[in-house]
Design a protein around this ligand. Structure first.
Ligand code: NAD
Length: 341
């Protein structure tokens, strides 16, 4: 069993912990928090040993009825690998301690590529991960883009990608962020940083991205256009998506045309936390004009799509499963993940 520590038990960390706990070849040796919060009580209920960043706060945790197993360093010592899901920028500060203890670490998209020196996507560069001490899972938007671009590139060749990201304002539990009544160009300059982030995994792709933020909490929406090298048809593209292990087709027959309806659908399907781990490509939107011009809309659940990537990255860095397809199958099966279609 691979012993996994989760440093930072928030939006991403709590999902990674539950996904690790479900895998047949991994166990959660601890999760860490900075302060007493609802999530710390969830960790206790799940039976995850709770460690804290500042051991000086131990008394406050214990007063609240939360047992503290030790400080973060003690958690790291008990682990083979750590998933760092602390807020952007904190992971970089944690790097020296991972180096000192000789622990492998997986960072999230809030860190710069340079912090790990290797950015990961299971479908693209799983085999290159072995031997690295550090890896970084690209952001939720970039993960969604990398999946669909690499799938299209493999099938038809991609000349160039142009994409507009309509981004959620905040995560549902984050009451401090907005906007609540505005569409904010973010950034107003073009291109946005998402294209270069995609290039950390797919260096040869010609991509330009634009981004804005809207008042919603569930999912980003991408409007994507790609120029293809090989002529194809809408039907051929749909076949590629149907056969992809992390792309789901939101069928026209469901009548779903929004993030809100997709969340309701995921909830009704019994997905934990209504998580949509796959790219939700709207079947109706899939279009090929003149043989080589591809268009679609896809929904990307910001809290969820990076979770299975973290799980595959654990196996890839540890070198325990050599074949990416095998790891992806194991991850999906353990999560009970049957793609929406
Ligand atoms: P979050 O704020 O929800 O959770 C971060 C957790 O880390 C909190 O529980 C906090 O208590 C804890 N923490 C803070 N400082 C710490 C420290 N020094 N040591 C240990 N724990 C500490 O953040 P999040 O949204 O889960 O984001 C985590 C990372 O994942 C960021 O890099 C972010 O960019 C990336 N990411 C977030 C999303 C998203 O939609 N939320 C999507 C993809 C990637």
């Amino acid at each position: 069993m691979i012993k996994v520590a989760i440093n930072g038990y928030g939006t991403i960390g709590k999902r990674v912990a539950d996904a690790v706990a479900k895998q047949p070849d991994m166990e959660v040796v601890g999760v860490s928090k900075t302060s007493v919060s609802a999530e710390a009580f969830v960790a206790k209920k799940r039976g995850y040993p709770l460690y804290i960043a500042d051991i000086g706060k131990k008394a406050a945790f214990e007063k609240a009825g939360l047992d503290v197993a030790g400080d973060v360093e003690a958690m790291l010592k008990a682990a083979d690998i750590v998933v760092d899901a602390t807020p952007g920028g904190v992971g970089e500060k944690n790097r020296p301690v991972y180096e000192r203890l000789g622990k492998k670490a997986i960072y999230q998209g809030g860190e710069e590529h340079e912090v790990a020196g290797f950015s990961f996507n299971a479908h693209v560069n799983y085999k290159e991960a072995e031997g690295h001490q550090f890896a970084r899972i690209v952001s939720c938007n970039s993960t969604g883009l990398v999946r669909i671009i690499s799938a299209m590139d493999q099938a038809f060749g991609v000349d160039r990608v142009r994409a507009v990201m309509v981004r959620r304002a905040s995560d549902p539990g984050d009451v401090k962020r907005g906007p609540v009544d505005a569409t904010v160009l973010n950034p107003a300059t073009i291109p946005s940083h998402h294209g270069p982030d995609v290039n950390t995994v797919l260096p040869d792709v010609n991509i330009v991205t634009l981004a804005m933020i809207v008042p919603t909490t569930f999912m980003h929406m991408h409007a994507i256009q790609m120029d293809l090298k090989k002529e194809t048809t809408r039907e051929e593209v749909l076949k590629v998506f149907e056969n992809h292990s992390r792309i789901g087709l939101v069928r026209k027959a469901t009548g779903i045309k929004s993030n809100a309806q997709l969340r309701e659908y995921a909830q009704d399907l019994g997905r934990p936390r209504a998580d949509v781990w796959e790219n939700g490509v709207f079947e109706e939107s899939v279009s090929v004009l003149g043989g080589k011009e591809f268009y679609c809309f896809q929904a990307i659940h910001q809290e969820a799509d990076v979770i299975p990537e973290n799980i595959d990255c654990i196996r890839a860095l540890m070198g325990t499963v050599k074949d990416p397809e095998e790891s992806i199958r194991m991850t999906n099966k353990a999560l009970g993940f049957v793609a929406i279609r």
